[in-house]
Design a protein around this ligand. Structure first.
Ligand code: LMR
Length: 402
């Protein structure tokens, strides 16, 4: 008898599984607005000029490359990442509180942190926002935690449900792990204001909750400095903070799998323990990290000319998304749908939480070849001037038909 008799086939991943389905779709006219990948005006994943310049430097260094990287990554690289998170002007003390290890993208950063948490507070629960990035639940459940939700989104007025959010954080057991989207909330595109973040932080202080900040879209709402503000606020105000960050979107380095896991400690002794456990976790899963992505990131963060070029390119990406948001809104407005769609313009980051139902989403896929997540999340970064009209007309027709 097969050893697999007691497992059934696992459902497709709601995001990457949709891309697999999209790739198999034989139709000529089709569009993937599901996965969170930035495409340029020509519908291509850009190679940033800053990344291309960094690759040339690295190619020259390739002859003298070493063997395996250290288990937690190269210290010079992890220090540069720490500075990107905390800011160059932050005190040496706050830098010293943090331990950063290289990770396989933001997902890898979350999983390493989750595995460490499981070793130190195994019986706690992890709370994610409702809704949240589809993979958050999977990551923390895979590490052995029960995953519960806190209210986040109010569909009636497309806004943050702040009252229920705070109320839930106040009533869940102390020292719970709470996953926060540090900017560009995925999927809603709705972030708390500065004042609201301070209110949220105050509940963390009252209850001793542990924030796990997911910073996957740094630079897609404001500058990289502005988008790190929440990470800085929490890491300066609380003793225990976990951070996962990613260079997939902001450097357009998806397949290179480059990100980090950063954990704060109150003292050097704890810091040494944290690093030793993170290294042990890494060694037991994939041994040591890949080299190419970290070299690109280090070159860009280290060299002023590349850093400035990168920040300009990032500014271009976020401005293009804002322009597309406005254009999609205007195009839909012209269809006289009798709906208030102004939220499309206000949402932050790569996505629009469109309010499209699962039926709308199915119709978009089957009738128009447009792939959107079943939650109604649309990747705005895959829309451009050439496909905008088709997208607006297709959305309008599924809305009209409902
Ligand atoms: C997304 O949300 O679409 C991206 O972060 C890609 C992924 O890994 O799910």
């Amino acid at each position: 008898m097969s050893i697999y008799f007691n497992i059934s086939k696992f459902p497709h991943d709601p995001i990457l599984g949709l891309t697999e389905e999209f790739n198999k779709d034989p139709r000529k006219i089709k569009l993937n607005l599901g996965v969170g990948v930035y495409l340029d005006e020509d519908g291509k994943i850009p190679v940033l000029n800053s990344v291309a310049a960094a690759s040339n430097i690295i190619f020259d260094l390739f002859k003298n490359r070493g063997g395996y990287l250290p288990i937690g990554g190269v210290t010079k690289h992890t220090e540069l990442v720490k500075t990107l998170l905390l800011g160059a002007e932050r005190s040496i003390n706050s830098h010293n509180k943090l331990t950063t290890v290289q990770a396989l993208g933001g997902t890898g950063g979350l999983r390493l942190g989750a595995e460490l948490l499981k070793r130190v507070i195994p019986s706690t629960s992890v709370y994610i926002s409702n809704p949240s990035w589809e993979n958050h639940r999977n990551i923390f459940e895979a590490a052995g935690f029960p995953v519960k939700e806190y209210p986040y989104y109010n569909p009636e007025n497309n806004s943050l449900n702040m009252a229920d959010y705070l109320d839930t954080l106040r009533h869940v057991p102390s020292r719970s792990v709470i996953v926060l989207h540090a900017c560009c909330h995925n999927p809603t595109g709705i972030d708390p204001s500065k004042a609201q973040w301070t209110e949220i932080l105050n509940v963390f202080k009252e209850k001793g909750h542990i924030p796990f900040l997911d910073l996957a879209y740094q630079g897609f709402n404001g500058t990289v400095e502005e988008d790190a503000e929440v990470v800085r606020l929490f890491s300066e105000s609380l003793e225990t903070v976990f951070i996962a960050n990613s260079f997939s979107k902001n450097m357009s380095l998806y397949g290179e799998r480059i990100g980090a896991c950063t954990v704060s400690a109150a003292n050097t002794k704890d810091q040494q323990k944290i690093l030793s456990h993170l290294k042990n976790i890494i060694r037991g899963i994939y041994s040591s990290p890949p080299s190419f992505g970290q070299q690109i990131v280090s070159q860009i963060l280290e060299k002023d000319n590349l850093r400035n070029q990168w920040e300009e390119e990032l500014k271009h990406m976020r401005s293009r998304i804002v322009r597309i948001r406005n254009s999609l809104f205007l195009q839909l407005q012209e269809k006289n749908l009798n709906l208030d769609l102004s939220f499309i313009k206000k949402q932050k980051g790569m996505f629009s939480y469109s309010g499209l139902s699962a039926q709308h989403v199915d119709k978009l896929k089957y009738d128009y070849g447009i792939y959107v997540l079943s939650s109604g999340r649309i990747c705005m970064a895959a829309i451009n001037d050439s496909n905008l009209e088709y997208v607006a007309e297709s959305i309008a027709s599924v809305l009209e038909g409902s």
